[in-house]
Design a protein around this ligand. Structure first.
Ligand code: ACO
Length: 329
């Protein structure tokens, strides 16, 4: 039985910094090669936020484009959620910074920390908030400046990440379009495979933590790869089961953009042909919580997501966290 959507995407927008860092640029910084990065990850370049700007600046650019696309003013917003693991600061939240910068004086604002699954976690929660009648106009943003938390001396991680932001205004469904299913899961036992050890209450900032590079992303790449494929397949299957669709009904699969080999493996296991799979990790690298909305916005603009299309959104990230949504456009 098909679900009736309670909420839908009313507008979308995205933003990436102007500065581009290519694989060839990285060849001059660490012992790597354009060939290795392309073959192992599919990444060709990534965007890096310029000094003097911060996460909320990128988030604001994406948010303003999404508001314009939705034909809505900032004052009309009732809630703002920013999904990020690279916030402006521990507190106040990046969402509060965005609220102040866009003048959304009537909104509640908060951040969500679910790494690369953050945007789908936010969208799935907002679907319930709107379904309950609590809110009508909600802005969600996935925004990251992982370049500030990347060890530029560690070739195993620094070639992977990029900065960017994507935003969506979510409101009540018109009855046909909208979010048809939501699915979220976590496994905290795997947290040690992908983490940023320094600066929190466990390991407060000290000269020692700085000397030991503990304020940067640490990752067991191969282990993360395996779990990424397994969890995104799980999320895809459960998302479709909950929306009452078969994989053949899907017009476009948008997964978290971490590595083209991970995306290919997921598509193969859920039996979706290449032409139904959106890929832009080659242009942006892994932008964590920004990756899904960045891809959705680009897919819409390029005509890959048209009115009436069924889109399967699937993400995984540190935590571990994983999630999916089936959305009728
Ligand atoms: N350039 C050249 N060589 C490199 C580089 C590099 N940048 N990085 C590692 N190598 C070397 C390794 O040292 C190793 O050398 P060795 O065989 O002499 O020991 C060799 O390349 C192979 O390394 P692997 O780690 O086995 O390479 P793999 O094929 O697994 O690719 C990668 C590594 C790209 C990191 C892959 O494992 C991956 O994509 N993992 C998942 C990453 C991911 O999705 N992270 C999600 C983060 S999302 C979030 O929540 C923030």
């Amino acid at each position: 039985m098909k679900n009736n959507p309670k909420s839908m995407i009313m507008g979308m927008g995205s933003a990436v910094p102007e500065k581009v860092l290519t694989n060839h640029d990285l060849e001059k910084m660490v012992d790597t090669s354009d060939k290795w990065i392309r073959e192992r990850t599919g990444i060709e370049k990534r965007h890096i936020l310029e000094e003097g700007k911060t996460n909320s600046d990128l988030a604001v650019d994406a948010a303003q484009r999404a508001l314009e696309d939705a034909g809505m003013s900032a004052e009309e917003l009732e809630c703002i959620i920013v999904a990020t693991i690279s916030p402006d600061s521990f507190f106040p939240s990046t969402a509060c910074q965005v609220q102040a910068k866009i003048g959304a004086v009537n909104a509640a604002a908060m951040d969500i920390s679910a790494a690369c699954s953050g945007f789908l976690y936010a969208m799935n929660l907002v679907d319930k908030l709107i379904g309950s009648g609590q809110y009508q106009n909600v802005l969600i943003i996935g925004s990251e400046v992982l370049s500030r938390f990347t060890d530029w001396e560690d070739r195993a991680t620094c070639v992977l990440f990029g900065d960017g932001a994507g935003a969506a205004v979510i409101g009540p469904s018109d009855g046909e379009k909208g979010i048809l299913s939501t699915y979220m899961k976590s496994d905290g036992r795997l947290g040690y495979l992908l983490h940023l050890p320094g600066g929190g209450a466990t390991c407060p900032t000290s000269h020692q933590t700085v000397d030991q590079h503990l304020h940067y992303i640490k990752m067991a790449g191969q282990e993360v790869f395996k779990h990424a494929v397994r969890t995104m397949v799980d999320a895809a299957i459960h998302g479709l089961k909950r929306s009452g669709h078969q994989v053949e009904d899907v017009d476009l699969l948008i997964t978290h953009q971490a590595n083209v080999r991970i995306i290919d493996a997921v598509a193969k296991r859920v039996k979706l042909p290449k032409e139904k799979v959106f890929i832009n990790v080659n242009q942006y690298g892994n932008t964590s919580a920004a990756s899904i909305p960045l891809a959705m916005d680009q897919a819409k603009k390029e005509g890959r997501l048209k009115k009436g299309d069924l889109c399967l959104l699937v993400a995984f990230g540190g935590g571990f966290t994983w999630a999916s949504s089936v959305v009728q456009f």
